[in-house]
Design a protein around this ligand. Structure first.
Ligand code: TRH
Length: 377
């Protein structure tokens, strides 16, 4: 019999926690045919990623995954063979006790946040022994062979290639979202937190020579965007023109369509963790708005990724790219760095594909988890 998996997800804020766990759950079911229960404490955050979901159902099946509400008052259930505690979300006490009482041991994994820092490969896969006698294993996603890798569906890159080779598919997808792009226009997607650097970036695009169509899914950057546009509302589908820049807001689309959006664009601004990884699989130059942490801890993560990513770029392109990411994450003036990046557009585009290819040589995270379990039993 196939091992059963329980994935626990507590939604702290935003969509990253549920975004990662829902993606992992789907992939475990689809590619490894294992039964997965996904326990989520906030279904409101789940529905935008999976619009068929019922925000009020205590139990439902979506794409083969049993999605369960993680109730405040935990009710006893049979413990799974593999238990994933996503991002140290703390398992229910009684579930943990049931794990301890179980005759066959349970593999308990804490799935950590993504980081490119050096220490990650040293800690990946290490156990932590707890006073209650249970053992919890640390599983770190990451960018090199010593880590658990990145979430990537087996056919993801092939799907992207098929999409890219069929311009009608791109056109139909964009038109389905109400997007009509001029042939010569550059297409950019923008998913970000509030950012005081936005106005200077948009000024630079609007006054630049390249016709640019900016697509902005509903979200936290909208306030800054409206302020820059000088309007109170940007209805879905409505287009605003400022100089070389066309701005359009988009609905929040299901996860699979968000991939298509990234594949359709020439440049993607992304945030958090999961959209950041998806933009890398899109093989296009990207701009990452990292999730801010206390005491600036996120800068260490940002620079660790940059150090890896810019290897292989010419020093000048690396400097321009780093400058852009630093300006964006510092909420600083973006004009200079955006203009600098224009000179290396071709190089950055080729590099993004190369990076995607290199990363795809690693085992993906779901596969690595399944292997981890196999080696453990
Ligand atoms: O929403 P986020 O900012 O999540 C963050 C990060 O994960 C951060 O590390 C974590 O600590 C914090 O949450 C609590 O960004 P992220 O990770 O990119 O998640 C967004 C998800 O939304 C991702 O799965 C992609 C998905 N998405 C869609 O499905 N459709 C859309 O239209 C858009 C814009 C995003």
């Amino acid at each position: 019999m196939k091992a059963s998996w329980d994935i626990f997800c507590s939604v702290v804020d935003n969509y990253g926690d549920i975004g990662v766990t829902w993606r992992l759950a789907r992939q475990l079911v689809a590619e490894h045919q294992v039964p997965v229960r996904l326990w989520v404490d906030d279904l409101q955050a789940f529905v935008p990623l999976c619009p068929e979901a019922d925000a009020s159902a205590a139990q439902q099946w979506q794409q083969g995954v049993e999605v369960r509400v993680w109730p405040k008052e935990w009710q006893p259930v049979e413990v799974a063979d593999v238990v994933i505690e996503a991002f140290a979300c703390t398992l229910p006490d009684s579930y943990r006790q049931a794990m301890k009482a179980r005759e066959t041991p349970v593999l308990w994994i804490n799935l950590e946040y993504l980081s490119a820092e050096d220490w990650v490969s040293g800690c990946h896969g290490l156990p932590s022994l707890r006073p209650d006698g249970l053992k919890r294993m640390f599983f770190f996603p990451g960018f090199d062979a010593g880590t658990g890798g990145l979430l990537r569906e087996a056919d993801l890159l092939a799907q992207r290639r098929t999409f890219e080779q069929n311009p009608q598919a791109r056109q139909a997808f964009l038109q389905g979202l109400g997007v009509f792009v001029a042939d010569s226009a550059r297409l950019i997607s923008l998913f970000a937190y509030e950012n005081s650097g936005l106005a200077s970036w948009l000024d630079a695009i609007a006054t630049g020579n390249t016709a640019t169509h900016l697509l902005v899914p509903q979200g936290r950057i909208m306030g800054d965007l409206l302020r820059w546009l000088g309007i109170d509302e940007l209805a879905l589908g409505r287009v605003e023109q400022r100089g070389s820049l066309t701005v359009q807001s988009l609905p929040f689309v299901r996860q699979q369509d968000y991939d298509r959006l990234l594949w359709s664009c020439d440049f993607n601004a992304v945030r958090g963790e999961d959209s950041f990884v998806r933009a890398q699989w899109a093989g296009r130059p990207l701009l990452w708005h990292i999730y801010e942490q206390e005491e600036g801890a996120h800068w260490i993560k940002l620079n660790a990724f940059l150090a890896l990513y810019v290897k292989g770029l010419s020093p000048a392109a690396a400097q321009a790219f780093t400058g852009l990411w630093h300006a964006w994450n510092g909420g600083c003036d973006m004009a200079q760095s955006w203009n600098d990046v224009q000179q290396y557009w071709q190089e950055l585009s080729e590099h993004a594909e190369q990076w995607c290819l290199e990363q795809s040589l690693q085992a993906d995270l779901a596969q690595a988890l399944v292997l981890f379990y196999r080696n453990w039993i």
